[in-house]
Design a protein. Structure first.
Length: 316
């Protein structure tokens, strides 16, 4: 019998769908409560709760009702959408985090996972092999909210011993779900269009390198950091994760090995400015040292996996 009762907030999103499935495999579906603003067909076997993460009272009631011990708080507004709705992005990303941190401060839950992002870095950050500790002057509201969130997580840990763990994900690429409102979303859309129409118009320029990661690696990293002994988690802000760094030109060359006629054109929009402010590659030696992180996917493996699964399992 599992003693962990998990609540996933934002379970219907790109990460939530895959994390809910993986945690359900590990703990049993009845021990993993999925929640989001609206129900989807994604969780036929899990308890589901309709929840606005800004409603602290409703969140508390759900935690009490299900005897929740661990919360994975994924609801947020991402970089591109956040620039369109800055005040709401700030409200959602910050206030929902406080609601969850306060549950742990009051000892209603014992462990929290909350993701940060490479968006915490900005144009004055060293762009190559960006270290864990460096200049951080994010220029998006999303990045500012994630940076502030990291500091709050560390503060709650130091002041109230709240066991909160966090990763600075790179752009995540998976075949099971669509991304929502990010700057790195092109690296998922490109596969769908390569299979559907053989061509793709990219909203970033051809040499814009960014750190990315296969969703399987990201889910595994999430589960590994949550299961690491507490004394190994030396960083209570958020850990760098490197993943794979590539540009639209690099991923196109790799896709062309499978679909030789695939073509790409470039029409950069406002997301180019966001991408230009982010690191090109990340140093994740602290995650490797503290809790043994190691990624499995390189670019050729990622591209092959995406194309095969989208074709065979999703029918794109
Ligand atoms: P997503 O946009 O795909 O999913 C977010 C989910 O949260 C959606 O299902 C949405 O309905 C839900 N949601 C929004 N507002 C809510 C509210 N008020 N109450 C409850 N649910 C609400 O996002 P994602 O890509 O799955 O990202 C999840 C987390 O990971 C976010 O914190 C994001 O910042 C972080 N992250 C994602 C990436 C990435 O590449 N996907 C990279 C770095 C960090
Ligand atoms: C985004 O592009 O906003 C996200 C992220 C890297 O945080 N994918």
């Amino acid at each position: 019998m599992s003693t962990e009762k998990i609540l996933i907030i934002g379970a219907g999103g790109q990460i939530g769908i895959e994390l809910t499935a993986k945690l359900s495999e590990m703990y049993g579906s009845s021990n993993v409560v999925a929640s989001d603003l609206k129900n989807t067909k994604a969780f036929p076997n899990n308890p589901f709760e309709t929840l606005d993460a800004l409603d602290g009272k409703a969140l508390f009631d759900i935690v009490r009702k299900h005897g929740i011990t661990h919360v994975y708080h994924l609801a947020a507004m991402l970089s591109a959408t956040g620039e369109q709705h800055p005040m709401f992005a700030w409200k959602l990303n910050m206030e929902s985090l406080f609601n969850v941190l306060d549950l742990a401060k009051e000892k209603h839950i014992s462990k929290i996972y909350w993701p940060s992002s490479i968006a915490v870095f900005g144009p004055t950050t060293p762009m190559q092999n960006t270290p864990q500790y460096t200049v951080m002057e994010p220029s998006t509201i999303y990045g500012i909210s994630k940076q502030a969130g990291e500091r709050w997580c560390e503060w709650y840990f130091k002041k109230f011993n709240v066991d909160v763990r966090s990763l600075r994900y790179p752009g995540l690429i998976g075949w099971k779900s669509a991304p929502g409102g990010g700057t790195t979303d092109y690296a998922v859309h490109i596969f769908h269009e390569a299979l559907k129409s053989g061509k793709y118009e990219c909203f970033l320029s051809e040499n814009t390198a960014l750190p990315m990661m296969h969703m399987e690696d990201a889910i595994r990293a999430t589960i590994e950091i949550m299961h690491a002994p507490a004394e190994n988690i030396k960083i209570r802000g958020s850990y760098n994760l490197a993943g794979i760094s590539f540009s639209p030109k690099d991923i196109t060359a790799e896709i062309k090995k499978h679909i030789p006629d695939f073509s790409i054109s470039y029409k950069p929009d406002f997301r180019q400015g966001i991408a230009d402010s982010w690191p090109k590659s990340i140093n994740d030696s602290e995650a490797k040292k503290d809790w043994g992180w190691h990624e499995h996917y390189d670019l050729p493996k990622l591209v092959e996996n995406m194309l095969v699964n989208l074709k065979e399992k999703v029918g794109v």
